[in-house]
Design a protein around this ligand. Structure first.
Ligand code: TYD
Length: 219
């Protein structure tokens, strides 16, 4: 059986599929600072782009996000809700956009589940792979930018930016150390797709790196 999102059909005139770009990193690494700027670079290259986020991106997903960020729950419940929100997000936003030739820029995707529920909270990564294969077998981002920063510096930045930390932001440095390790390990394992961005640098320097990476994917 074919995977529904590996091709597109609109009655013969096949459209070029859009590209799927995701941003990742520990809370405080600065991905939100660069999100709109990256979207502008993609638009400047003549592509249509949808900016979205996880958990969230749909009305149901945003409701699930409120619960996930505030309500204590079993780790497996948390993981299943992340994927429930993701299923809606794929169905309503990501897949239709890509099929229509629109690019999708998402603030987090499944790498975050491996990093946070797997690394941070200790859920067996093989369990997450099962859900990944269930919900989006055959679909991976074309490019994942991982903003990488020491957990101490990320904490300092979070404290400057956030008055009311959510359930994840309240976790300790060890938690974020494990999250960061999983991101780094995945970036080493999937070098074609994932690029580590050294996020301790000043914003203009980071943008210079981003500019090159984004320009190459826009060609
Ligand atoms: P985040 O993306 O950091 O948004 P903001 O910048 O508004 O705080 O918040 C989402 C949180 O959800 C973040 O702490 C990571 C967490 N998360 C997971 O634990 N697993 C996941 O699969 C996803 C998508 C997010």
């Amino acid at each position: 059986m074919g995977v529904p999102w590996t091709g597109s059909s609109d009655g013969g005139a096949a459209k070029v599929r859009g590209k799927f770009i995701t941003l990742e990193g520990v809370d405080g690494a600065g991905k939100s600072t660069h999100l709109d700027w990256i979207a502008e670079r993609i638009e400047a290259a003549g592509k249509k782009v949808v900016v979205t986020r996880e958990p969230g991106g749909t009305p149901l997903g945003e409701e699930l996000r409120k619960l996930l960020l505030a309500q204590p729950m079993h780790l497996e419940t948390e993981t299943l809700l992340m994927f429930a929100a993701r299923r809606e997000h794929l169905e309503q936003v990501i897949l239709p956009a890509l099929a229509a030739g629109t690019w999708v820029l998402s603030d987090r995707f499944t790498d975050a589940t491996f990093a946070y529920q797997g690394g941070g909270r200790g859920l067996d990564l093989a369990r997450i792979e099962i859900l990944e294969n269930w919900v989006h077998k055959g679909l991976q981002p074309d490019l994942t930018l991982v903003f990488d920063l020491t957990v101490e510096e990320a904490k300092r930045r979070r404290q400057l930016a956030t008055a009311a930390p959510d359930r994840f932001e309240q976790e300790d440095l060890d938690f974020f150390g494990r999250v960061r390790s999983v991101y780094q390990a995945r970036a080493a394992r999937y070098p074609q797709r994932m690029r580590l961005i050294e996020a301790s640098r000043a914003i203009p320097e980071i943008r210079q790196s981003l500019e090159e990476i984004v320009a190459s994917i826009c060609q």
